[in-house]
Structure formats: C-alpha cells, structure tokens
Design a protein around this ligand. Structure first.
Ligand code: AMP
Ligand code: MG
Length: 399
C-alpha cells in the first residue's frame, strides 16, 4: 500500500495521449473547459464612446457658460456631425463621441432653453467618455485555454461574436456496482441478505455534479465471467469505468482480478487511507478504470478523491474540490495510521470556517448518512495524531 500523497502524485503524473474536443453553441458551453485561447479581434470600444446621456462638447468650451445645440446623435447612428467651437451635440449612452468633442456633460448638469444649453456644473476633461480599448484591446488574450466556461466567459465571448467555442468533451463515465447482495432501485427483495445498492446512484450523481457524463450500468452479481464481459464492454464505450465492490481480499472479490486479466496497467492498488484502502486505479491506453471499495462511505469518499480529479484531467480542467483551513470546535481522535477523511459539519462563524462532529456517528464505512447536512471532509494525514479543540485543520469542501 502506498502513501496517500504518492497516490495523488501518481494521478497527477498520468499523461493522456488524446483529448477529445468539439464545438458547442455558446450558451451550451457553460460548464465545459475551453480548448482554445479566446483572443480579442477588435478594440472594445472601437471608438471613443459616451458612457452617459448628455451633450458632447469641447472641454474648454465649458467656460463659455452656454453652448448652442447643433444636432442629436442617438446610439447606433454613425458619425456625421462635428462639434464646432461654442456648440454641442446631444449624445446618449453608447453613442459614438462626435468628431471635435472630447468631453460629455451629463443632462443632470445643464438647463436647456430652446437650442441653448446652459452649463450649471462643469465636468473634468474627458468626462464620461469611454476610451478606445477601455474594455479590451485587439489581440489581447482574454480567456486562457483550460478555463471552465462560467457566466462571465459566455458574456465576453458573445461580445467577440464567438458563436461556437471549441471545448474539451466531458468524459463519459460508466458506473458498475458489483455484489451478489445488491438490489437496484425498485427491484423486489427475495431474501434477508439483500441490501439496496446506493453506490451506483451516488456515483451517477457525483459524475453529473462534477462534470462527467454518467452511464449507469446498474448492479451485477459476483460472477467473474459476467464481470469480465461487463468491464470489457464498458471500457469500449466510455472514457472512465468506475466500479464498486470486489477490490478487497474476499473470495468473491473479482473486480481486481478482472482488471489485471484484461491487460490493464495498474497505476496503483491499495493506498494508506481511511476509508477506502483497497482502491485500484488502472489504465488501458486512454481509458481508465477506477475500482472503488464496496462500503457506501468508502466508495463516496474515494470517488471524490480519485474519480472527480480524473474527470477534470480528461478535459484539461482543474479539480473542482477545494481544501480550506478551519478551526476544530471539539477534539478529534485519529483512529488509524493512515490519511483519514472524516465527515464533519462545516459552518462559518464570524467569517471563519469551523468544524464539529455533532450527530456524526463513529462506526464502519457503511455509514453514508454521515454525508448528509452541511458536510465537508476533515483531512488528516498519515503522520497526524489526535487534534485538540481550537486547532487549525484542513477540510475538503464539497459544495
Ligand atoms: P465489498 O467491497 O464488495 O467487500 O463490500 C463491502 C461492503 O459494502 C459490504 O457490506 C457490501 O454489502 C457493501 N456494498 C457493496 N456494494 C454496495 C453498494 N453498491 N451499495 C451499498 N453498499 C454496498
Ligand atoms: Mg462484495
């Protein structure tokens, strides 16, 4: 078994030969990672532009006290008239500043009598004029390749008339739970030993939430031949296959053997973490298999630790899960000489993150209800010991 840090380093070192890209209609690109730099092809604004409704003037003319209104210049109209000495042109937000003018005096600062505009309050030189390139300059790289498209990126790309940006395809993730005791949603129970599977559904939700495209394969009995067939088919049709169960040391744990027998290269098998120490990560070309343990809490935590970064990696994105510092409100007892990921309640007190374990049960890795509520994962390393109330700790944010 390897150290947790080593497993993360191995995951980071993985090199992917070929990333898939596609063009998407601008607003459908929300949540995708850009596969191209977005570079401005023009200055914005391209001409000096008015930022208020008012009168375009020559700055020095203000000392005359009153100016003659010579014409009107609505937004969207091309430049025709020039502001001459002693004159002004009525100009609106978004209108180009007429030739000859350098300053905009707002409507609020003047009184209009017929075609005479009386200046009540002067403004500084260049007032309310948006200069060429104020927003961005031609050839400026505005958004880097590898950026996840969010609302602002959509707006900026629209301003550049980008109808269909090039993005990395989100990886497809097949999800397969193994275990002869498992019942799928709605499947009738026929004996006491059966349990309802939660793993394949929470995984579908994790994949969806963290930017993959889930392909639900349901549950499968602990039968080596059928697991072999299902794993092999799933690898054909998806970029990542995530399995649960069958990677431990039991007589019916076939998944780990199947992965090896299918000729996959094992990147690691076994990590000193709690929960989920039997985790297995393997690859065959640019297809990846992540074998998660069966316990519900274990498979959830290991999916967050390994599947979520893998989904990000295959689209050249950043892992969306963040770690922050928080203060313990109660002592924490370290249970194993492994990296531990413990469900905790996270809240903000006077702008600082604080952590407690109220209502969290101590028990086996089957306890998934510990993930309910305002949950985060307290992260302690293999080298850490017990922690006192008031100590600063690291937590993995899930929301
Ligand atoms: P395994 O890793 O196959 O040895 O399973 C460990 C434990 O997790 C057993 O108690 C299983 O019943 C339970 N388990 C396995 N698969 C699932 C699942 N899909 N949903 C919920 N619990 C599961
Ligand atoms: Mg099992």
């Amino acid at each position: 078994m390897i150290h947790f840090d080593e497993s993360i380093a191995l995951l980071k070192q993985i090199e992917v030969e070929c990333y898939k890209t596609k063009k998407l209609y601008l607003c459908d690109a929300l949540g995708y990672v850009l596969a191209e730099d977005i570079v401005a092809d023009h200055n914005s604004p391209a001409y000096p532009t008015s930022a208020m409704d008012g009168y375009a003037i020559r700055f020095e003319d203000q000392k005359r006290g009153a100016l003659k209104l010579s014409s009107i210049n609505p937004a969207g109209s091309g430049l025709i008239d020039t502001v001459k000495r002693g004159e002004c042109i009525k100009t609106f937000t978004g209108s180009l500043m007429p030739e000859g003018s350098d300053t905009l005096i707002p409507i609020e600062n003047v009184t209009v009598e017929g075609d005479t505009v009386i200046i009540n309050e002067e403004v500084p030189h260049g007032f309310s004029v948006r200069s060429v390139g104020e927003n961005y300059a031609k050839d400026e790289r505005l958004i880097a390749k590898g950026t996840k498209v969010d609302i602002a990126q959509i707006g900026v790309m629209a301003s550049l008339n980008i109808v269909a940006p090039l993005v990395f395809e989100k990886p497809t993730v097949s999800i397969l739970s193994t275990g002869s005791e498992l019942l799928e949603l709605g499947q009738p129970q026929s004996n006491e030993a059966q349990i309802r599977s939660s793993n394949n559904y929470i995984l579908e939700a994790i994949v969806k939430k963290y930017d993959g495209i889930p392909m639900q394969l349901g549950c499968m009995k602990d039968d080596k031949a059928s697991i072999m067939a299902a794993v092999s088919a799933a690898m054909e049709q998806s970029d990542i296959l995530v399995t649960t169960g069958g990677v431990s040391v039991g007589d019916f744990d076939f998944v780990k053997d199947v992965i090896r027998e299918l000729g996959c290269e094992v990147i690691f098998k076994g990590v000193r973490i709690k929960p989920g120490q039997h985790i297995m990560v393997a690859r065959k070309g640019d297809k990846f298999i992540i074998g998660l343990p069966g316990f519900a809490y274990s498979s959830t935590v290991t999916a967050l630790l390994y599947v979520v970064p893998m989904i990000a990696k295959l689209q050249q994105g950043k892992c969306p899960l963040r770690q922050v510092k928080a203060t313990l409100k109660e002592p924490f007892v370290k249970r194993a000489r492994k990296a531990e990921f413990t469900a905790c309640n996270l809240s903000l007190e006077e702008g600082e993150y604080v952590v407690d374990f109220e209502t969290k049960k101590v028990g086996t890795s089957a306890i998934l209800t510990n993930m309910l509520g305002d949950v985060a994962l307290l992260v302690t390393s293999e080298e850490d010991g017990n922690k006192e109330a008031g100590e600063k700790v690291t937590v993995l944010l899930l929301n």
